[in-house]
Design a protein around this ligand. Structure first.
Ligand code: GTP
Length: 311
């Protein structure tokens, strides 16, 4: 069974919109707009699963709408079915070349529209599942580095556009090599799973998330969180791991498993390279390790572009 999908129908002809809506509304959630401009505005604020797009419309035509959807990382994977009275092979080929998933000729059969929409939604559902599996770390079952990189990129662009703060945390289990050496690799794996679970459970806002960054390192992306708030959150994560009280008799800084955390925050919408936040968080983490472990070092990327540490 397919879940109710969100389908955007873009057509300047009111009758076509009405017929398409009637054809699909019993199985799906339908949104209707009458121009390419409105379609592009709509997808900025609402996530849709499929777009049925007319080609010949006043203003931006269907081809240009598709080109603009493909240029935007947040809309480029939405499947598009063209529906058009332009039925020459050249028109159809152009639609596919631009990235349309299917092409329906007008006048259309409602049964064929239903079947083709169903096919595209099934393909999308499978693609989404593959995408999700490719974003999950096999051992800890939390988001992996690929997921983190994609999300950080998106949040970084948003923060730059809106001038809002963005914080990144890099966390590393202290003396984990000693843990593996002392208790064995399998116990090390269990420890990673428990730490990952504790970190993920501590995230309460839907927009915050923790990923396994690699090995015994984790990372969190915190949109709209300034340095003070990031420090509070990092302390919560550090406490959550401490509270597990996983014995670590080979540790040189505690009797149980602890983590060190580096924080990087941009608060004033400064323009800097996308990777800077991770690099700064890494410097903070390095400092936290160097100054005793089981601690947090926060760095702010100041308006001058220089960064400062705050222990
Ligand atoms: N069990 C297990 N160990 C892992 C995994 N990934 C990385 N490690 C181990 O994590 C250890 C990391 O060691 P180091 O980078 O020297 O860091 P550390 O011992 O934690 O020391 P500090 O970071 O300085 O506190 C290595 O021994 C890796 O083999 C994993 O998936 N499972």
């Amino acid at each position: 069974m397919l879940k109710k999908a969100k389908i955007l129908i873009v057509d300047d002809d009111p009758l076509n919109r009405l017929v398409l809506e009637k054809t699909l509304a019993s199985d799906h959630e339908i949104f209707l707009v009458e121009s390419g401009e409105k379609a592009l505005t709509f997808v900025k604020s609402t996530e849709v699963d499929l777009i049925i797009l007319d080609i010949v419309m006043p203003g931006i035509d269907g081809y240009d709408v598709l080109i603009q959807l493909k240029e935007n990382p947040s809309t480029q994977t939405i499947p598009v079915i063209f529906i058009s009275a332009n039925t020459s092979h050249d028109d159809e080929a152009k639609g596919f070349e631009l990235g349309a998933m299917d092409y329906i000729a007008k006048p259309f059969s409602t049964a064929i529209v239903r079947a083709r929409v169903r096919n595209q939604l099934l393909i999308k559902q499978k693609n989404d599942l593959l995408e999700m599996l490719a974003s999950i770390d096999g051992l800890t079952e939390i988001p992996n580095r690929r997921y983190l990189d994609e999300n950080l990129s998106r949040e970084w662009r948003r923060s730059r556009r809106a001038g809002t703060p963005l914080s990144v945390l890099l966390m590393d289990i202290d003396h984990f090599k000693r843990y593996n050496d002392c208790y064995g690799h399998r116990a090390g794996d269990d420890c990673l799973k428990r730490v990952a679970h504790a970190l993920v459970t501590a995230c309460e806002r839907g927009s915050d998330f923790v990923a396994r960054y690699g090995g015994e390192e984790f990372a969190a992306v915190l949109p709209n969180i300034n340095q003070q708030e990031a420090l509070v959150f990092a302390n919560k994560l550090r406490s959550a791991v401490n509270a597990l009280k996983i014995p670590h008799k080979a540790s040189l800084n505690a009797e149980h498993i602890t983590i060190s955390i580096g924080i990087a925050t941009t608060e004033f919408g400064q323009v800097y390279a996308e990777h800077t936040l991770l690099e700064e968080a890494d410097l903070g983490l390095y400092e936290a390790k160097d100054t005793g472990r089981d601690r947090i070092v926060a760095r702010v990327i100041a308006a001058s572009g220089k960064s400062e540490s705050l222990l």
